[in-house]
Ligand binder design. Structure first.
Ligand code: PMT
Length: 427
């Protein structure tokens, strides 16, 4: 099990760090805590000490009775330098909540307290879980600082949407839930196998609908989002099958890939695979229309060229599968929307297609969506919406899988799929 160094910054969300520590120690990890001086105004060190069984440090100059050792490890003979010893011994450094001020210091390389000095000296993976008021979160300075940290390899656990600290305020900025913080830590450490025993079906890429033997109606999906989901799910222990529509990306070992070209072929492959899967992640961009009468040979441009091509609707594969889903299955759709009203359209698709969750990307934003390494999405479920700011598709995939795990935990707790769609599903 891991040695987790937890850095706690000032903010009302500091109380959630206590629960994160409780979950981590319960899972068998050993935890040390460093606090910023401001954070002590919200939560006292005695509470963390009681849960971790180890001293809490706030200053570089205060002696560490444990000499930088983690619970269960023998302390060294000599007195070490606290900020170096703690990160030197840690497998991972999680800063939660990470305030806007501390994020700015980390981006700038400042080392003006024990927490920021330790972060600057950290060679272990660094995870930040921001929490702040929505105006501070949305400020370009904060977003630029996060982009800088991400570019340096820092992992970011995005905040959620909901009620904020100041009375009556609602928006983005709530610290991720303690279980999500622990999941992020375990994911970074590669010790999570929370999808073990599950069969995950992923659709990826874009279908091509033939006009004739050489031309087609298609879209710009590269398959990156779907492949990232598949690879992350496999890394977390799932048995993964990918239905890949015209994807030119390398295949990862341990994942089963089936190639399809058209919406009809994808529908047939889904019909075959869906009954035996536990989780469907429908990331493929499926053509909504196809030529009614594709030509068997190449249409010549001079003679016989048609003035127009008659199109017909393709069946909605996802909606059809959701109709047949059973209680044990979790069904996640995607929605590629353009501009204003993206979230409203996605909410409509969630309800109409009877899904557990829908992942909406606003493809009018530059640098995300189709054929890009990054994405920015909102995961919409019937009871909450979780915006994820721009990040590599692997990180977005990890957060989507966290949501799947959460929905399935709700289902296991109350015997439903965790959503009204699931409650209506066949047992
Ligand atoms: O592949 P990348 O380059 O990485 O790009 C990723 C992506 C932008 C393609 C991906 O993030 C995404 O948004 N995929 C869904 C695109 C899409 O088809 O959205 P839609 O709003 O048209 O469809 C909604 C849902 O219904 C989707 O889950 C789609 O798979 C499904 N659908 C749509 C039409 C249809 N006939 N049958 C379906 O099952």
């Amino acid at each position: 099990m891991a040695r987790i160094l937890l850095g706690v910054c000032g903010g009302i969300a500091a109380y959630k760090a206590l629960e994160a520590v409780r979950l981590a120690t319960k899972a068998g990890h050993s935890v040390r805590v460093v606090q910023t001086p401001t954070s002590e105004r919200f939560v006292g060190g005695a509470s963390f000490e009681a849960i971790t069984g180890a001293p809490v440090l706030t200053s570089e100059f205060a002696p560490d009775p444990a000499r930088g050792a983690f619970p269960g490890d023998p302390p060294p003979q000599h007195d070490p330098i606290s900020h170096l010893a703690l990160v030197g011994n840690a497998d991972v450094f999680l800063i939660a909540p990470a305030s806007a001020n501390t994020l700015a210091k980390l981006a700038g390389g400042f080392a003006d307290n024990l927490l920021t000095s330790a972060a600057l000296a950290a060679r272990c993976p660094l995870i930040v879980a921001p929490a702040m008021n929505d105006a501070m979160w949305e400020h370009p300075a904060t977003q630029t600082n996060l982009a800088t940290l991400r570019a340096r390899g820092v992992h970011v656990v995005d905040p959620g949407v909901g009620q904020l600290a100041s009375k009556g305020e609602h928006g983005v900025g709530r610290l991720a839930e303690p279980a999500e913080l622990l999941a992020a830590v375990e994911r970074v450490l590669g010790v999570d196998a929370d999808l073990a025993g599950l069969r995950v079906l992923v659709t990826a890429g874009g279908t091509r609908e033939p006009i004739d033997s050489v031309r087609f109606v298609g879209n710009r999906s590269s398959g990156r989002m779907g492949f990232a989901l598949a690879e992350r799910a496999a890394a977390r222990g799932a048995a993964v099958t990918v239905l890949a529509a015209n994807v030119a990306l390398p295949h990862a070992p341990g994942i089963a890939y089936r190639e399809v070209e058209t919406a009809a072929q994808l529908a047939a492959a889904c019909a075959h695979e869906f009954p035996r899967c536990d989780v469907l992640l429908m990331a493929a961009a499926v053509a909504d229309f196809r030529p009614v009468a594709p030509a068997a040979t190449k249409i010549k441009k001079d003679a016989d060229a048609p003035d127009s091509i008659a199109l017909e609707r393709t069946p909605d594969i996802l909606a059809g599968l959701a109709q047949q889903r059973t209680l044990r299955q979790t069904v996640v759709g995607f929605a590629a929307e353009h501009g204003d009203g993206a979230l409203d359209y996605a909410r409509g698709k969630l309800a109409r297609k009877r899904l557990d969750a829908i992942v909406v990307n606003d493809v009018s934003q530059p640098g995300i969506g189709f054929d890009t390494p990054d994405n920015a999405v909102t995961i919409v479920t019937p009871e909450r919406e979780r915006p994820l700011s721009r990040a590599p598709k692997g990180e977005i995939a990890a957060a989507i899988l966290d949501e799947v795990v959460r929905l399935r935990a709700i289902r296991d707790a109350d015997g439903t799929s965790g959503s009204p769609a699931g409650r209506a599903a066949r047992v």
